[in-house]
Design a protein around this ligand. Structure first.
Ligand code: FAD
Length: 353
């Protein structure tokens, strides 16, 4: 009997759990280590903040999925991985051995900015939502205007805050950036392109070059960095510290370790860090964990050439981009809402009557 260790209840592992719940995996005992028994879906987080969704509508019950998938849920957080000894150490000091491991533990928000401790990171999402509920800030700064920062700025504005969005560099295609800038204006977000946050002081006060401005809250949406224990574990990594994997999602240095989602980087051509790609990794990962247990040839992940990006704009309005094509409107929001609800609903297990 092989021992499989799943680290993190990220999107790819949710797909794996869904697969094992519909078709049980024989020949292996599977354990999932996760700090939380439920997971907030990032695609619906801006909608939750804007007030379009209730918490229970955007939350995945990981414990229930594990039970249906015959997977043992081990509450905790991996703090070290030793791929030579094939063991993982948890934050409570326990050690778990494995024959096959799969890492889908996501990424952290980049907090390298001076004074980042005076800001609130978006992750973990549950803590972020809790902090927003407690503080109800009236003046908010968002550092970082990628898709996540832009969506968050408009969502926070929709719930009544006066929002300033700082952007150090363009991160979107010109066509998408143009639509996003218009939507930010309509949402009354004070967008400051080309204005990098250089530091945060107690207050919190945002320093951007010679400008200083005080807020009630500063939110970090400064991009994804790799987890410290991943960086230090001895697996082959890319330049940014993400686990380098073949198209089978196996580590290029330790084939018994798989990695997917944000914490992985495909050696041939890394996918952008997004939930959409993590979900697509999940389908191949589920297949390959089965094949690895059965000792048959593994399948290859085929990157999508043109992924669909949907950007929610605070109110029930969204922008779409795929390849060179862009569009926007209420209908795009309804489309996004339908896709997001379908994803959440695919992870809910209903008993037959
Ligand atoms: C505001 C916002 C909006 C976004 N909107 C979208 C969107 O609309 N569409 C989209 O495609 N992407 C979106 N993204 C990006 C998306 O959230 C990430 O790319 C995606 O969540 C990565 O998925 P993942 O499966 O790699 O990991 P995650 O979904 O981040 O899950 C990782 C899990 O691992 C757990 N974990 C972490 N450390 C450990 C540990 N040491 N041990 C055990 N478990 C651990 C975490 O608790 C978490 O449950 C958004 C991001 C943000 C911040």
């Amino acid at each position: 009997m092989k021992q499989i260790l799943l680290v993190g209840a990220g999107h790819a592992h949710l797909v794996v759990l869904r697969s094992f719940s519909t078709q049980a995996l024989y020949g292996a005992r599977v354990t999932l280590v996760t700090p939380r028994a439920s997971q907030i879906y990032s695609g619906m987080l801006p909608g939750l903040i804007a007030g379009h969704y209730r918490l229970d509508e955007v939350r995945v019950d990981v414990a229930q999925l594990c039970a249906r998938a015959y997977v043992e849920l081990r509450p905790g957080r991996v703090v070290a991985l030793d791929p030579e000894r094939r063991r993982a150490r948890l934050d409570d000091g326990a050690e778990l051995g494995y024959d096959l491991a799969s890492l889908n533990a996501g990424s952290l928000t980049d907090a390298s900015l001076a004074g980042a401790g005076h800001a609130l990171a978006v992750r973990p999402f549950a803590d972020f939502i809790e902090a927003l509920k407690k503080a109800a800030p009236a003046r908010v700064a968002v550092a970082g205007a990628g898709a996540a920062g832009t969506e968050l700025a408009m969502a926070l504005s929709c719930r009544g805050a006066a929002v300033t969005l700082y952007s150090d560099k363009p991160t979107m295609s010109p066509a998408l950036a143009k639509r996003a800038a218009r939507a930010l204006r309509r949402s009354a977000v004070d967008f400051r392109p080309g204005m990098a946050v250089t530091g945060i002081e107690p207050g919190p006060v945002v320093i951007a070059g010679t400008s200083r401005q005080e807020f009630d809250l500063v939110v970090l949406a400064t991009g994804a960095v790799s987890l410290p224990w991943v960086r230090g574990c001895g697996l082959a990594l890319d330049d940014e510290g993400f686990v380098l994997v073949h198209d089978t999602l196996q580590s290029v240095s330790h084939p018994e370790v798989f990695a997917a989602g944000d914490c992985a980087a495909l050696a041939a051509a890394p996918d952008p860090k997004s939930g959409v790609h993590a979900v697509r990794h999940g389908a191949v990962l589920a297949e390959n964990l089965r094949k690895a247990v059965a000792a048959t040839a593994l399948s290859a992940y085929k990157p999508q050439k043109r992924a669909l990006l949907l950007l929610s704009c605070g109110r029930r309005y969204a922008i779409a981009e795929r390849g060179g094509w862009t569009a926007e409107g209420r209908w795009v929001w309804r489309w996004k809402d339908w896709i997001d609800r379908r994803w959440i609903s695919s992870l809910r297990i209903r008993d037959a009557a």
